[in-house]
Design a protein around this ligand. Structure first.
Ligand SMILES: NC(=O)c1ccc[n+]([C@@H]2O[C@H](COP(=O)([O-])OP(=O)(O)OC[C@H]3O[C@@H](n4cnc5c(N)ncnc54)[C@H](OP(=O)(O)O)[C@@H]3O)[C@@H](O)[C@H]2O)c1
Length: 291
C-alpha cells in the first residue's frame, strides 16, 4: 500500500488564510498591522532565501515586514545593540534573528537579550522555559508546525508512540515537549533518539509516528518503519543538481520512494514541514501583536 502524502503546502495555505483573516479583524478594530522584523547578519544564501520567503508570506497575510541587515563582519556588540533597538521599538511586534550567526557571535546570548514578548521564534530562554513548565507562549515554529500538520491531517497523537530523531534546541527537544504535553493534540509517549542511540532501527520500528530531524540524507530506510506508521520528514539536505537554477535540490532524511511503500502517511521534502514552519511564524507574529 502506498502512503497518504501529507501536503504541507495545502495545510500551510489554510493557516495563512486564517492569519490573514485575523489580521484584517485586528486592523478593523483600529489596531496597527502586525509588524515582524528580521535581522539578517551577512549574506548566507540559504538565510537570504529563508528571509525572502518569510517576507513574502508576511505580505500575503497583511503583516508588515522589516528587514534589518548587518554585514558578516558585525561584532556581537553591534548585533546586541540592534536587538535592543528592536526591543525598544514599539512599532515592532515580533523579531527573528536569522541563524546561523557568524561563528564569533554567541547566538545564545543574542537570543537571551531579545524581549520574550517579541521572541516569535520561541528560542529564547524565557519562551523555552515556559514550554518546559507547561505554559507555552511562543512555541518554536517547526515543532508547532509539525503538531498542526498532524492535527489538521486528522492524525491521532494521543497515546501514540512517537519517536523523534534529533535533539536540537530548534526542533527535536521542543517537539518532544509539545507532543508529550498533557493536552489535546498531544499526550503521546515520546522517545528522543540521537547519535548516542544504539540500535536506532529497533526504536524507530516501534514508532506510530516517526519524526526525523537529523539532517542526514536517506538516514531513514524502509526497514526502519513500522508498517502503516506516520512519517514526518523535517530534514532538508542539499543535493547538487545542475538542472536547477540554484544548482541544488532539497531532499529529506527519509528514503522517500521506498518508505512511502511501507508508511501509512508521509510528508514530502520539499512541501511538507517547511511551509508549516513559515506559517507558524506568522501565527506567532499575530499573537505578539494581539497582546
Ligand atoms: N523544514 C523545516 O522547517 C526545518 C526547520 C529546521 C530544521 N530543518 C532541517 O532539519 C534538519 C535538522 O535540523 P536541526 O537544526 O535540528 O539540526 P542539528 O542541530 O544538526 O541536529 C541534528 C540532530 O540529529 C541528530 N543526528 C544526526 N545524525 C544522526 C544519526 N545518524 N542518527 C541519529 N541521530 C542523528 C543529532 O544528534 P547529536 O545531538 O547526537 O549530534 C542532532 O541531535 C536539517 O536538515 C535542517 O535543515 C528543517
Amino acid at each position: 500500500m502506498t502512503a497518504r502524502i501529507i501536503d504541507g503546502d495545502v495545510v500551510a495555505s489554510d493557516v495563512r488564510a486564517e492569519v490573514a483573516s485575523a489580521v484584517e479583524g485586528l486592523c478593523a478594530s483600529g489596531r496597527q498591522k502586525p509588524t515582524l522584523a528580521a535581522l539578517l547578519v551577512g549574506n548566507d544564501p540559504a538565510s537570504e532565501t529563508y528571509v525572502r520567503l518569510k517576507r513574502r508570506d508576511c505580505a500575503e497575510v497583511g503583516i508588515t515586514s522589516v528587514l534589518v541587515r548587518l554585514p558578516a563582519t558585525a561584532s556581537e556588540e553591534q548585533i546586541l545593540s540592534v536587538v535592543q533597538d528592536l526591543n525598544a521599538d514599539e512599532s515592532i511586534d515580533g523579531v527573528i534573528v536569522q541563524k546561523p550567526l557568524p561563528e564569533s557571535v554567541d547566538a545564545v546570548l543574542i537570543d537571551s537579550v531579545l524581549a520574550p514578548s517579541k521572541d516569535v521564534d520561541g528560542t529564547g530562554p524565557t519562551n523555552l522555559g515556559l514550554l518546559v513548565r507547561g505554559y507555552p507562549s511562543f512555541i518554536p515554529a517547526t515543532p508547532a508546525g509539525i503538531q498542526q500538520l498532524l492535527v489538521r491531517s486528522k492524525i491521532d497523537i494521543q497515546g501514540m508512540q512517537v519517536v523523534i530523531v534529533g535533539r536540537s534546541i530548534l526542533v527535536g527537544r521542543p517537539l518532544a515537549l509539545v507532543l508529550s504535553a498533557k493536552n489535546e493534540g498531544a499526550n503521546a509517549t515520546v522517545t528522543l533518539v540521537h547519535t548516542g542511540t544504539s540500535d536506532l532501527r529497533s526504536i524507530t520500528r516501534q514508532a506510530d509516528i516517526l519524526v526525523t530531524a537529523a539532517g542526514q540524507l536517506n538516514l531513514i530506510t524502509a526497514d526502519m518503519i513500522q508498517p502503516g506508521a506516520v512519517v514526518i520528514d523535517v530534514g532538508m539536505n542539499r543535493i547538487d543538481d545542475a538542472s536547477k537554477r540554484t544548482g541544488y535540490r532539497l531532499s529529506g532524511d527519509v528514503d522517500f520512494e521506498a518508505v512511502k511503500e511501507v508508511a501509512g502517511a508521509i510528508t514530502p521534502v520539499p512541501g511538507g514541514v517547511g511551509p508549516m514552519t513559515r506559517a507558524m511564524l506568522l501565527v506567532n507574529t499575530l499573537k505578539a501583536a494581539q497582546v
